[in-house]
Design a protein around this ligand. Sequence first.
Ligand code: GUN
Length: 295
Amino acid sequence: MAAELIRGKDIAAAIQKELAEAVQQLAAQNIVPGLATILVGDDPASQSYVGAKNKTAHALGIHSEQHNLVANTSEDELLALINSCNENKAIHGILVQLPLPGHISESRVLSSIDPAKDVDGFHPVNVGKMLLGEQCFLPCTPHGIIELLRRSGVTTTGAEVVVVGRSNIVGKPVANLLIQKREGGNATVTLCHTRTKDMAFHTRRADILIVAAGVPKMISADMVKEGAVVIDVGVNRIGQSESGKAILAGDVDFAEVSKKVRAITPVPGGVGPMTITMLMHNTVQAAKMVNKIAL
Ligand code: GUN
């Protein structure tokens, strides 16, 4: 039987509707949430992600400023821009698109963002709070995955969850959120990575399999359990259409795996729209917090 499709696009649209209403309520109090996005270099995938973030912000009534810096921008120039955004009262959230060029220290840059404006949840203060289960900005893709599961009626409590990938952006934080003692957590989590001895042994045990490895179609049908729920975070550009549009593939062999599992996210239209939506959620939250409005 064909799997149920977990349509991130539709779930994201529902959340964005709620956010647009929240933005309107803030506007009645003369508060406009503001987001600054910073892109260094001209990587086409990053350009497209940042463009989509600004477009969505605009559609929701969030003020957004897009800073596009050339690839050879110095670290000091970038830090100076972040500092000016930290001090700008019209900006509540700052996003520095990753990855950064090799000559810039990611850790120095992320640590320079005011934690109260760190809508990506990448500042060490927010990472620490997340680990401790304290109130903080949650990183957008992991938070989006938790919301996808919750709004699709997939219970994480007691579930065997296997995460493939240990990046700071997805693998590590999503594993962390899933072990928290609260709704959307309470799972038993296994984290697999490039040094895992027998990947299939672990993935076959998963009630919920989350794949964020960046390797096209690495999860084949024989690596999943019948009836599992599969969340595919991969966005791999495997070619180009005649009109020049990127052809995308996930980390999961969708055609084969979808015949066996209970539910699966498509690529595109699965996790991607959720990432952008949770960024908007965090930006609205940042504007509320600075204005002492209940979240
Ligand atoms: N690169 C890939 N995903 C992300 C993300 O969620 N935030 C930022 N800033 N960069 C990314």
